[in-house]
Design a protein around this ligand. Structure first.
Ligand code: HEM
Length: 372
């Protein structure tokens, strides 16, 4: 059974080869006591160290007159490459815990970006987040359920999302999956083995932060993006391909070649127009057209079943990206939100920005220990 090491210089679940399943959860702290927050982060770290090895909350046996320490549904399942990644929202740095001076400038909320007017407060933000990823859905659910249980009295669940099917590739050699529009997603993503780019665009280093406790960390941006899939399914193929700037079957750019051929945004067709529409998702998001900005995408397809009002399938992309500064996401979303042809078929419903501290190095350490 595959085990991803939990202890390390950096948190797992970022450049880790992307697992198939995800559960994301955002929490509100209910305590006013900074010590209780540290205890929670310590208990989460201890539990995460065990879960990621396929072990339950604690080793001992439970007396018959006490509730079991672990809920039990993970027993015998194994680790399935479980990773648990923890982040801190901007609200954690308000007046409650005396952490005002520790707030990284990069975490300052950027307000509503273009295309994000429909974000719902109840699906947005949170003091803490947990991203659990594994190759088994019950393993990720077990992790989030038990971390939520451990948090009782200190933090409550604010919003959460279950994802199925990775909608990105984070390793060269990992096949490119498809999102619910049916397109290959992750073709030109940053890959874990592109270490120079990963160091440059994903991890926070001394030069990139005003807060030493964030060195070795990264910023997570999440977006729950609903897809209007019934309308999409009625759109004709050539238009779907124009929207992304890629072929639906092979994933090749419309400028020609194969999936991994570098797109040529200047190549024109018989009508003199670029073969890749300037308002296509790819043209607007590509580093060539954004002063070189890159992000590491690590999203998942999701469904919430049926929309109770319209009766339609409620589904979309749970977008997750990692970057050394949320400004990278902001730059891209500002352009996409204003001009992306895809906007006709998507609605941003919620999400958040979280500062993920460096890794937990060994037993006794915890998430963000240097912050306190
Ligand atoms: C590329 C889908 C939202 C950033 C792509 C590609 C697809 C895709 C199919 C082309 C294949 C690839 O290179 O991965 C979607 C869908 C979205 C969505 C279905 C929402 C439902 C976003 C958002 C951002 C973003 C919110 C960032 C703000 C990018 C970037 C690329 C990309 C940076 C790579 C462009 C390149 O270098 O060629 N996306 N995307 N996407 N997307 Fe998205």
């Amino acid at each position: 059974d595959a085990v991803v090491p939990f202890y390390g210089e950096r948190q797992a679940g970022v450049t880790t080869r992307q697992q198939e399943q995800m559960m994301f959860a955002a929490f509100d702290l209910t305590t006013m006591d900074p010590l209780a927050v540290q205890q929670l982060l310590g208990r989460w770290a201890a539990a995460a160290a065990r879960f990621t090895q396929g072990k339950p909350v604690s080793g001992g046996s439970t007396p018959a007159n006490r509730p079991p320490t672990d809920t039990g549904e993970g027993i015998d399942l194994g680790a399935h490459s479980l990773t648990i990644t923890v982040g801190f929202g901007a609200s954690m740095f308000d007046e409650r815990f005396g952490l005002r001076d520790k707030m990284p400038a990069a975490l300052r909320p950027f307000g509503k970006l273009p295309g994000e007017g429909d974000m719902r407060p109840e699906l947005t933000g949170g003091d803490l987040c947990v991203q659990a990823c594994a190759d088994d859905p019950q393993v990720v659910f077990h992790a989030v359920r038990n971390l939520t249980r451990i948090a009782r009295g200190t933090a409550v669940l604010r919003w959460s999302q279950l994802g199925f099917g990775r909608a990105s590739a984070t390793g060269t050699g990992q096949t490119t999956p498809r999102n619910l529009f049916g397109f290959k997603d992750g073709t030109r993503n940053l890959h874990a083995d592109q270490t120079a780019d990963i160091d440059r665009y994903v991890w926070v280093d001394d030069a990139a932060t005003d807060q030493p406790w964030m060195v070795g960390g990264t910023y997570l941006v999440a977006r729950k993006i609903a897809m209007v899939i019934e309308s999409w399914d009625a759109d004709f193929l050539a238009d779907q391909e124009r929207i992304f700037g890629r072929r639906k079957d092979s994933g090749a750019p419309l400028s020609g070649g194969q999936e991994f051929t570098v797109p040529d945004f200047h190549k024109t067709g018989a009508n003199g127009k670029p073969l890749i529409d300037v308002r296509s998702h790819m043209a607007l998001a590509a580093p060539e057209n954004n002063n070189g900005v890159k992000i590491l995408r690590r999203g998942y397809n999701y469904t919430d079943g049926q929309d109770p009002v319209s009766g339609r399938l409620a589904a979309g992309l749970f977008f997750v990206s990692f970057q050394r500064d949320p400004a990278q996401f902001k730059a891209l979303q500002t352009k996409l939100g204003a001009g992306d042809l895809m906007n006709e078929y998507v609605t941003h419903l919620g999400g958040g920005t979280f500062a993920c501290p460096p890794g937990v190095h060994s037993a006794g350490d915890w998430f963000g220990k240097r912050l306190f």
